[in-house]
Design a binder for this molecule. Structure first.
Ligand SMILES: *[C@@H]1O[C@H](CO)[C@@H](O)[C@H](O)[C@H]1NC(C)=O
Ligand SMILES: *[C@@H]1O[C@H](CO)[C@@H](O)[C@H](O)[C@H]1NC(C)=O
Ligand SMILES: *[C@@H]1O[C@H](CO)[C@@H](O)[C@H](O)[C@H]1NC(C)=O
Ligand SMILES: *[C@@H]1O[C@H](CO)[C@@H](O)[C@H](O)[C@H]1NC(C)=O
Ligand SMILES: *[C@@H]1O[C@H](CO)[C@@H](O)[C@H](O)[C@H]1NC(C)=O
Ligand SMILES: *[C@@H]1O[C@H](CO)[C@@H](O)[C@H](O)[C@H]1NC(C)=O
Ligand SMILES: *[C@@H]1O[C@H](CO)[C@@H](O)[C@H](O)[C@H]1NC(C)=O
Ligand SMILES: *[C@@H]1O[C@H](CO)[C@@H](O)[C@H](O)[C@H]1NC(C)=O
Ligand SMILES: *[C@@H]1O[C@H](CO)[C@@H](O)[C@H](O)[C@H]1NC(C)=O
Ligand SMILES: *[C@@H]1O[C@H](CO)[C@@H](O)[C@H](O)[C@H]1NC(C)=O
Ligand SMILES: *[C@@H]1O[C@H](CO)[C@@H](O)[C@H](O)[C@H]1NC(C)=O
Ligand SMILES: [Cu+2]
Length: 773
């Protein structure tokens, strides 16, 4: 209504509708209550957020808040309670849609250590957190009102479900049966996973964990992995992808292997060219390219950015030997197809450079088949500290950050474009906030991307150059400029491996132009946004479902859609979203569960033959205003070419996006008023009525009865240099969660139980009843 004056002033020469075109924009979305170090999407409406334990002013149950749940539509967060410190954990979906979170840090208090009175590595009385280095936390995700439903709370118990050893910055990736491979990590932490000189590359005097284990515990003791010794200091959060063979592709330091986890056999693959490091703390973006029908689901891993420095300069647990922020990150991209279907030898293949150097960039697989890279900086690495080996305490130029020059503008990579033209930043906006260390990003079910976090600080600091950040943003990919998004119906709630096809119906109102063309230029995607932390989306994966179509004379198109391919290694069981993408414009994602919903070997059938496609030349879509084209938004490389006379077989046309329409997306997103259904005031210092006390591993008030949970810790001298340098009174290494580093925390085995197996526990602090009956 307030537009009239503008029109009167003649400012309307440009179409007014453009003000509503969200494509490419990054808008501030709201307050996440905790700094979003870790995030994952639960079902259709929520994002679960975890933070490290620190002095967050927001409180729950009388202590600082470390977890929240974000409502995507209302753009507000509510507090959730966790007990153990999830700082730099790993996480993964489970076959039934639940998520598990593995490891983390010891208990910490102010200063990120145990220097305050009464604090130790298993409990800190100020922040009231328990050690989480071996913890396994589980949550059954919910839509609806989370905090009034105890079934939606975190299961997290200091003496409950545990891994076999302490893991901070471990890798996690599921097998095809839904069990999760958990690899390596620090035992007690640091900048990188070694001492220097590196006399003990496997264990680093107790600071490194070179083993792997499986969740749920299958009775097999953790085993040492040779690769962990070979990659030594640069092997935490190892980049791990399950291959179709059942082996894991693993990249760390500049080494690469295929790993047979059952038999602990490693097959060497070529080294990363030029020894550019992609793993933490270089933190290059990495992802498996979308798996497509036309490539017969061949798996290719892409790495972009990261950081190079000479071996000695990486330093040790304590800090780097150079100032990383004084050096540019890498813009280099390399692809590898680890198991080529033609039997050729796998090699790294040079790909187009990113438009900018980037450390801590992360890839988000978008439902138009492209890949967003977002967050990070031009200079430096992940990690933070009070100093480096050559910069003294008090002299750090960017607070505690080891990175600088935030890279505020994302870029989009098109895997199907020809080499030389894969990257674009056209029309992409910029973040309002630097997103450096401990940032995160994840695809939401409406096809936008939530960006949050950034906290390169030992404890909360709201005044430093790169502060603790609570503000989330939504990035709207170029397809948000489309006037119409497809509205498919008939998507099932579960997807099997092979078996009979199903029909997805798309009405004529979902597209414009020729129905045959729209049908040819449709892809049906199954995608999983993953569990994000540290510039990774663990478990992120995207796969095209095979399809044919029947065009009807009224313009309705029925897509005959295959189930997932009959190999669970291509897309492991668990939660996912189905998208129907027409002419490069995706529908919303529909939540589905892939597989039978259970841990274990998944039922597999042969894929049913799809009916031949049926075309109707006269049929067309009725979407209004969709015929104008910007030509700039969604790329324009591929064309459809599946017009063979028979029209049998799969739709293999590329994404044709030339008709990406300009215009108002509509009231849906146009009026984005952040309506807080629950005021932020619901987080208060008071005894908020969340009823959480009986949800999280037992009442907080009963903690004194937990003392039996504490076992004596073996202290290890994890960093020779840390001790050697001895800065009295200064928390020299922010990562050490103790006045002395260390603690593999060898707990007696009977302390562990698996909530999924219903085993009785010796613990009196069990969490929700569903986990232990
Ligand atoms: C990376 O791996 C190489 C080869 O094993 C090793 O010599 C080097 O020390 C490692 N770098 C770091 C920082 O650990
Ligand atoms: C980033 O690195 C470049 C290349 O080394 C350097 O010239 C520049 O000064 C650095 N930026 C900052 C802010 O230090
Ligand atoms: C820098 O590294 C050297 C060699 O290991 C070590 O002796 C020294 O204590 C370190 N200095 C600082 C400030 O970390
Ligand atoms: C925040 O960072 C600034 C600059 O690095 C520092 O001077 C200040 O002491 C820090 N504040 C807190 C609360 O740590
Ligand atoms: C997509 O999801 C959003 C958010 O839930 C909703 O507002 C919108 O109507 C949906 N759009 C379509 C085309 O289904
Ligand atoms: C389009 O035609 C099909 C087949 O005749 C019919 O089933 C469907 O209801 C029609 N759709 C609309 C929106 O009229
Ligand atoms: C899944 O497979 C892995 C590898 O063979 C095995 O270790 C694990 O126990 C299996 N999980 C289940 C639930 O069968
Ligand atoms: C896709 O479906 C067609 C028709 O059933 C079949 O011929 C083709 O092999 C399938 N492609 C893949 C990759 O499954
Ligand atoms: C979306 O449309 C607006 C208005 O035409 C335009 O300014 C913007 O660049 C478009 N976004 C993209 C990514 O092309
Ligand atoms: C840590 O402190 C708690 C009390 O706050 C105590 O019960 C426990 O024994 C201590 N653990 C160690 C290892 O000192
Ligand atoms: C998820 O699966 C496990 C069994 O693997 C079960 O214990 C748990 O209750 C399930 N959660 C939901 C929400 O069904
Ligand atoms: Cu971290």
């Amino acid at each position: 209504m307030f537009l009239q004056p503008l029109v009167a002033l003649g400012l309307a020469a440009a179409p007014l509708a453009r003000a509503d075109a969200l494509g490419g924009q990054i808008v501030v979305a709201g307050d996440t209550l905790v700094s979003a170090m870790m995030m994952f999407v639960g079902r259709s409406s929520k994002v679960y957020i975890l933070d490290k334990v620190e002095g967050n002013a927001n409180q729950i149950n009388g202590h600082s808040l470390y977890a929240s749940v974000w409502d995507i539509a209302s753009r507000t967060a509510e507090p959730m309670d966790v007990q153990t410190n999830p700082f730099c954990a790993a996480g993964m979906h489970l076959p039934n849609g639940s998520f598990a979170v593995f490891g983390g840090n010891n208990a910490v208090g102010p200063g990120g250590d145990n220097s305050s009175p009464g604090s130790n590595t298993t409990y800190d009385p100020t922040y009231q957190d328990y050690g989480g280095t071996k913890a396994i936390r589980v949550i059954d995700t919910c839509d609806g009102d989370i905090n009034s439903n105890s079934a939606c709370a975190w299961y997290d118990s200091p003496n409950g479900l545990q891994m076999q050893s302490s893991r901070w910055y471990p890798a996690a990736e599921p097998f095809g049966n839904g069990s999760v491979l958990i690899i390596g990590g620090f035992s007690s932490g640091g900048y990188i996973n070694r001492n220097y000189p590196n006399g003990d590359p496997f264990y680093s005097g107790g600071g490194s964990n070179p083993t792997y284990e499986v969740y749920p515990n299958n009775g097999v003791a953790q085993r040492v992995m040779n690769f962990m010794g070979k990659t030594s200091g640069l092997n935490s959060y190892a980049l791990t992808y399950l291959m179709s063979s059942g082996k894991f592709f693993i990249q760390a330091n500049y080494s690469t292997i295929l790993f047979d986890a059952d038999n602990n056999i490693e097959t060497n693959l070529p080294d990363m060219p030029n020894q550019i490091i992609r793993v933490y703390p270089a933190s290059g973006a990495n992802a498996m390219l979308p798996l497509t029908v036309d490539k017969n689901y061949q798996q290719t891993i892409l790495f972009c950015g990261g950081f190079y420095m000479q071996d000695g300069d990486w330093g040790n647990f304590d800090s780097p030997r150079i100032n990383p922020w004084e050096q540019r990150a890498s813009a280099d991209c390399q692809r590898m197809t680890p198991e080529p279907s033609d039997g050729s030898t796998p090699t790294y293949v040079q790909d187009d450079d990113m438009p900018n150097p980037r450390t801590m960039g992360q890839f988000i697989l978008l439902p138009d088949g492209k890949m967003l890279v977002v967050n990070g900086g031009r200079n430096g690495t992940a990690g933070y500290g009070t100093h480096t080996n050559i910069t003294a305490v008090g002299q750090m130029p960017y607070g505690e950050s080891y990175a600088t020059e935030p890279q505020l503008q994302p870029a989009i990579y098109d895997p199907s474009a020809t080499a030389g033209s894969r990257w674009s930043q056209a029309g992409l906006g910029t973040s309002t906030f630097p997103r450096l260390y401990h940032s995160s990003a994840i695809l939401l079910p409406d096809g936008s991307v939530m960006i949050a976090g950034s906290n390169p600080n030992i404890d909360v600091n709201l005044t430093t150059i790169y502060p603790t950040t609570y503000k989330a943003e939504y990035f709207y990919p170029p397809y948000f400029n489309a006037t119409t998004r497809p509205v498919p119906s008939g998507i099932p709630s579960t997807i099997s491996y092979g078996g009979s096809y199903f029909d997805i119906t798309v009405p004529a109102s979902s597209y414009s132009g020729s129905a045959n063309d729209a049908a040819d230029n449709t892809k049906i995607w199954l995608s999983r946004p993953g569990w994000t932390t540290h510039a990774m989306n663990m478990g992120q994966r995207m796969l095209q479902l095979n399809s044919t179509y029947s065009v009807q004379s009224n313009g309705t198109i029925v897509f005959h859609t295959s189930q997932a391919p009959p190999n669970a290694n291509l897309f492991q069981p668990g939660p996912a979203y189905i998208w129907v993408t027409i002419n490069g414009i995706p529908s919303n994602g529909t939540y589905v569960v892939v597989g039978n919903g259970q841990m274990g070997t998944q039922p597999v059938s042969n894929a049913a033959q799809l009916p031949a496609s049926v075309r109707v030349d006269s049929a067309s879509g009725t979407a209004s205003g969709g015929s104008t084209s910007t030509g700039s938004s969604s790329g324009s490389s591929a064309t459809s070419s599946s017009s063979s006379s028979s029209h049998t077989g799969a739709i293999v046309g590329g994404v044709v996006a030339a008709i990406a329409a300009v215009g108002v997306l509509g009231a849906v997103f146009g009026i984005c008023i952040s309506r807080r259904r629950r005021a932020a005031a619901s987080v208060s210092q008071s005894s908020a009525p969340y009823g959480m006390a009986d949800k999280i591993g037992g009442p907080r008030g009963l903690r004194t009865s937990d003392s039996s949970a504490f076992v004596p810790l073996q202290q290890h001298n994890a960093s020779n240099e840390y001790y050697a340098q001895s800065h009295p009174g200064v928390p020299g290494n922010p990562y050490y969660a103790g006045s002395a580093p260390g603690s593999p925390m060898m707990r007696p085995a009977q302390g562990a139980f698996d909530p999924y197996e219903g085993r009785p526990s010796t613990s009196s602090n069990l969490g929700p009843a569903r986990y232990h009956n």
